[in-house]
Design a binder for this molecule. Structure first.
Ligand code: SF4
Ligand code: SF4
Length: 154
C-alpha cells in the first residue's frame, strides 16, 4: 500500500478487495483534484521554504511558490496536507501511468517556473529528497546510477 502511512480507508478498501477476491482499482485522480484551494495559471518566479513568507490559505500553494507535489501524486489521501496548508510531499507516489515520479515533477516545474535553470536548480538544495520523497529506489535515475556503478566495478 502506498502512503506514509496509508489511510484507514485505503487499508479497509484493499483488505476488503483481498478477502473478497475483487480487484482494487487505483483512482485516476491526483491530489490536486481533491484539494479545495483555488488554482490559477502558474507563473512561478520564486520558490519558498514552507516556513518562509505568509501562506494564503485560499490559494494553491504551488501558485504561491511552495513546492506542493499534488499535481503529480495519486489522489488517495483526500489532500490532507494541502487542506491544512502543508505542501504535498508526494508520499503516495505518482499518478497512474507515470513511471517516474521525480521526472514528472521536474518536467512540470520546468514548464511553470519562470526563472533561469541555475536559479531553479539552486531553489532545491536536496533534489532527491524534494522530488523523490518515497520512491527514489523505483526511479530511472536510481537504476541508471546503480547500472553505472556496476559497470565501473567490472
Ligand atoms: S495546493 Fe497543492 S494539491 Fe492543492 S491545487 Fe495546489 S498543487 Fe494541487
Ligand atoms: S497530501 Fe501528499 S504528502 Fe500529504 S498524505 Fe497526501 S500524498 Fe502524502
Amino acid at each position: 500500500m502506498p502512503g506514509c502511512p496509508p489511510t484507514s480507508k485505503n487499508l479497509l478498501d484493499a483488505l476488503t478487495a483481498l478477502i473478497s477476491g475483487k480487484p482494487f482499482d487505483l483512482p485516476e485522480k491526483s491530489v490536486c483534484d481533491q484539494c479545495s484551494k483555488v488554482k490559477q495559471d502558474k507563473h512561478i518566479k520564486e520558490f519558498h521554504r514552507t516556513h518562509e513568507g505568509h501562506i494564503d490559505p485560499s490559494k494553491c500553494l504551488l501558485d504561491q511558490g511552495y513546492l506542493c507535489l499534488g499535481f503529480a501524486t495519486i489522489g488517495l489521501c483526500g489532500a490532507i496536507c494541502p487542506n491544512v496548508n502543508t505542501p504535498c510531499k508526494g508520499c503516495f507516489g505518482p499518478v497512474i501511468r507515470v513511471r517516474d515520479h521525480g521526472a514528472k515533477i521536474i518536467s512540470a516545474l520546468g514548464a511553470v517556473a519562470e526563472m533561469e535553470p541555475d536559479k531553479l536548480r539552486e531553489s532545491f538544495p536536496d533534489p532527491i529528497g524534494s522530488f523523490y520523497f518515497t520512491d527514489y529506489a523505483a526511479s530511472y535515475l536510481s537504476r541508471i546510477r546503480a547500472e553505472t556503478r556496476r559497470k565501473k566495478k567490472k
